[in-house]
Design a binder for this molecule. Sequence first.
Ligand code: F6P
Length: 357
Amino acid sequence: MMKIGMLTSGGDCQALNAAMRGVVKGLTTNVDELEIYGFENGYKGLIYEQYRILTASDFSGILTRGGTILGSSRQPFKQMRVPDENGLDKVEAMKSTYRKLGLDCLVILGGNGTQKTANLLREEGLNIIHLPKTIDNDIYGTDVTFGFQSAINIATETIDCIHTTAASHNRVFIVEVMGHKVGWLTLYAGVAGGADIILLPEIPYDIDKVVEAIHKRTKDGKGFTILAVAEGAISKEDAELSKKQYKAKVASRKYPSVSYEIADQIQEKCGVEVRVAVPGHTQRGGSPCPYDRVLCTRLGSAAAKAIMDGKFGYMIAMINNKTKCVPLEDVAGKLKTVDPDSQMIQEAKRIGISFGD
Ligand code: F6P
């Protein structure tokens, strides 16, 4: 009898169910007896022994369903070593649940923070397989994460919709795109949506350069301008501040996010109407796009193979269109950011896209 546990942790995305289905189908097709423990709401379920025993049929018909059938929660890595309000040692509790149930392996689906805890559990002796989930695409060691492509589609659709109304009203529009501290989603959605200006955390912007780009468009007879702004975009001045100073500045900012500050500055400097559109969590919602369904089916199937081969302590990555087991210790705690000198940025600049630098 093989016993596996599974959990989804951190912000959800469209293809979590598709990935779990891939793992389970891969195992049930090849293993005679399988018991699946689905922990509820991320690491919480593992800590507090909240789980459901699932069967293959629970994973049937979920390829196209967004969200996660297991539920999710954010359990910050920093808090993992801090006892809960009742003094419970969370790491010991997770180990105890794993051992009590006699699990052979725990499959963990999540982003960077989730991966750090997965690596901690590996160090503590548990058999771990990690699947790289996030719309942010910021997991080091894999070319792509699942959720990213589906989120690009949604953010691009938003930019497409904004395009038509911006053109009708001759307005400057900012579309604020998710992505946490990195600009992958904004870069891809911005290019796909034909944004004129793209602001990323990796390329601190100069507001005067942004204004210059808008003026140039006006001079060229373009009545409207679309900016794709990453939620983590940062000005050149702010990039000079220490982490602490920047945090304090953000906390005292009168704007709900950086986009509104940029909108105000453009309005003041250009004397034009600026509107902000924030698709927010819609970028994580709905069904996974076909690309993500294929990606998750492949990653899930590769995870099943790793488990059957007894290969534990790995993230299942996609590198050059090949699935690969990457040691968790080599990637945990590292962030994959956009390279400002990359070919893609150079190509975007060549066709006139401004990055405000
Ligand atoms: O990591 C995914 C993500 O959607 C980020 O892009 C965003 O900054 C964050 O999660 C939002 O988190 P929450 O769902 O906790 O508001």
